[in-house]
Design a protein around this ligand. Structure first.
Ligand SMILES: [Zn+2]
Length: 266
């Protein structure tokens, strides 16, 4: 098929999808500001129901978008669409200016959590919420970087992680009860994410990256050592490193704030 014709058909498909199938999870307008706007597309495969319900009716998308809108300003609406893709994935589409999160990815995440978490604290709904919030926040980081042409020092993946962590630690500060479970879920997700992202996402890593997992654990722990002591243990943060984590968190948060600069609402 002609390349441009194929692209045109895909664009038409997307427009139809958004116009007729996707239902706004609920308007997220704050005054007249453009915002992160979650959409939930209908799906056909019954096996996606649990993940779709969690992301949509369970309000994970809407909760995250609400926080993001309090924190980050966008020059135009940023759709965040939960959709049946045919494969597990999540990505910011630069040409469409849209974040896509596949229900299939939600399904894989939930299945893996159920398999790995047993019946302990990691089986709690807030643990899964933490994994999803990290995923959403990381993609929002990519969106902010591209939509605002943010000055990225080093790898974009790391910059997206830093923006994600700034958002998540802020969310956690307002939800102290859920915070430790969210943190554990986010850390679990980072330990597993190379399995989750679709081809074309920028994170294609041939190997797991223990350094990145440790950095993330250190930032979370450093944001509030008393609150996240259990995570430091689970992540096996060496004692000498753990001592430096509050300062590492401060530097990371400053770097993320510096990147977002005037796009940060407060
Ligand atoms: Zn990424």
């Amino acid at each position: 098929m002609n390349k441009w014709l194929g692209k045109g058909i895909r664009l038409v498909f997307l427009a139809v999808l958004i116009a007729t199938m996707a239902q706004p999870a609920r308007a997220q307008m704050i005054g007249s500001d453009p915002v992160v706007q979650p959409f939930c597309a209908v799906f056909k495969s019954p096996e996606l129901k649990v993940a779709a319900e969690l992301m949509c009716e369970g309000r994970l998308l809407r909760t995250f978008a609400g926080f993001a809108n309090e924190r980050v300003a966008f020059a135009k609406m940023l759709p965040m669409i939960a959709v049946e893709c045919g494969e597990p994935g999540a990505f910011f589409d630069r040409t469409k200016g849209t974040i896509f999160v596949c229900y299939e990815l939600g399904r894989v995440v939930l299945e893996r959590i159920a398999r790995e978490a047993g019946s302990g604290a990691n089986a709690q709904p807030q643990f899964a919420a933490g994994a999803f919030f990290f995923l959403f926040a990381h993609e929002l980081g990519h969106a902010a970087i591209h939509l605002h042409r943010l000055p990225v020092q080093g790898r974009e993946e790391d910059a997206a992680d830093q923006i994600a962590m700034l958002l998540l630690t802020d969310m956690a500060d307002k939800n102290r009860e859920a915070a430790p479970s969210w943190a554990s879920g986010a850390h679990w997700f980072v330990s597993n994410r190379r399995l989750f992202y679709a081809p074309g996402h920028f994170s294609a890593e041939p190997q797991p990256d223990p350094q990145r997992q440790l950095d993330l654990a250190c930032w979370i722990y450093g944001s509030d050592p008393a609150r996240y002591a259990a995570l430091a243990q689970d992540a096996k943060l060496p004692a000498a490193r753990a001592q430096r984590c509050p300062e590492e968190f401060r530097q990371m948060a400053n770097a993320a704030r510096g990147m977002l600069s005037s796009h940060l609402k407060r």
